[in-house]
Design a binder for this molecule. Sequence first.
Ligand SMILES: CC(C)(COP(=O)(O)OP(=O)(O)OC[C@H]1O[C@@H](n2cnc3c(N)ncnc32)[C@H](O)[C@@H]1OP(=O)(O)O)[C@@H](O)C(=O)NCCC(=O)NCCS
Length: 469
Amino acid sequence: MSDTALSQVDLIREAFHYQSRFEGSTMVFKIDFPVTEDPGFPYLMKDLALLAQTGFKVVIVPGAKEWIDAVLGRQGLASTYAAEGDLPGQTRITTTQAIPFVEMAAFHVATKFMTFLSGSRVDAVIGNFVRARGLGVVNGVDMEHTGTVDKIYTDSISRVLNLGMVPILPCIGWSPSGRPYNVPSDEIALAASAALGAVKFFIVSVHEGLRADVFKVPENIETRADGSLVRLTPQEVESVIAANTLTANIKNRTEHETSFHANLDDTRKQILRELKMALRVCRAGVDRVHIIDGREEGAVLKELFSNLGVGTMIYADEYESIRAFHSRDLPDILRLMEPLMQKGILVRREPEQIQEKRNDYVVFEIDGSIHASGALHDWGEGQGEIAAVATDPLYADLGLGRRIVGYLIERARKSGMSRVFALTTHTQDWFETLGFKEATVESLPGQKRRIYDQNRKSKVFALTLGSRL
Ligand SMILES: CC(C)(COP(=O)(O)OP(=O)(O)OC[C@H]1O[C@@H](n2cnc3c(N)ncnc32)[C@H](O)[C@@H]1OP(=O)(O)O)[C@@H](O)C(=O)NCCC(=O)NCCS
């Protein structure tokens, strides 16, 4: 089979894997209004329809802010915003005159989603799934018909989902007595994802996302070639927010920093808002939040089925974990290593040899499948060999290899070794970037030195423990 056909087969395999893993799981999509006006919107909706058709429970929460502003503007009812919550000036004061138009605008936007789902023959229900209560008077300002989520009617939503339909939650909720409130769609999406036990939350908007060349981001965070960030832990999100938020009373800020903060444009502010939102969603118990650009064709599918998408994922669980090797992992490890062994990049190991040394091996698991592996062999004399490091080519350059090596170094340290080494024919530069230095065959522990393959002429790269990756 050609390389292309093989990689296509790999992709199909991976897609099936994700499909079976997430089938029946609830995913909430908070989709900003500008996404609906983008030429890519029909494709996004096709993908969401496909998800619903293949057994995912898709919940849509449309944002309608810009459309509501436009509708109110046409009525001569310019929106005013009040400081409420942690984002000053973000909450619309929905007056008694405005609320009928807000309802109309919110349902109009929800209908757009329904229209496209109908086009893909997926049933959708725009419903009164939110019980709301008024915000009341906040800091002396009467918020009138602006409300917050009181309760999500999960039973009704679940019934809709179990029928294979897509519930759409417009930014309106009603009090028990039937009084309508305009509730920010962020709040609805957050409450719905927590109440429904969603496994994933997508923030879909129209910007290129979080990039290391535009934001201050912690070191050691992987970026793609274009500078965009692949994934962050909630702690890393907190540090990004702290480093990029304009705080009036920070002392000793340099001139550059001052202008950096002063120049935070709307997109950056929006991304910071999304990061705050992502944090809240994670804290509400959702394991993974994906921030994606809704204009990018196939962005949702790429994020979902391969994790090689265009967005940034914030993961609250131990999403990517390096763990000990189990016997059941053998076929996966062999799948990773076989092409490398065939090319002579890795020394051939028979399945029995791997089994025999199984306690030395670790694997990097993402969503239940293995994408990298490595081993640490103890050769005595306080020295360990880092060997058989292999990363799935589909997941190359995402830091998996570095983390496997880092993990093995920690393991070596914990077991009292003072030096680790690797024998390599093709990866000397890589080990050098990880801090390893070229060493002599003579420096190897006796047992290893005696079986060193003089014909293979591997180079020895070693790291004295004490330094950290
Ligand atoms: C080497 C290997 C494990 C790296 O895996 P990975 O998960 O892609 O590595 P990371 O994401 O941590 O690092 C990627 C970086 O290393 C660089 N890199 C990858 N292979 C390299 C090599 N052979 N020589 C020099 N640099 C290399 C990449 O260009 C990338 O650079 P960047 O960060 O500047 O973009 C993987 O390419 C592999 O499986 N190689 C074949 C097996 C092998 O040689 N194992 C080591 C001997 S035990």
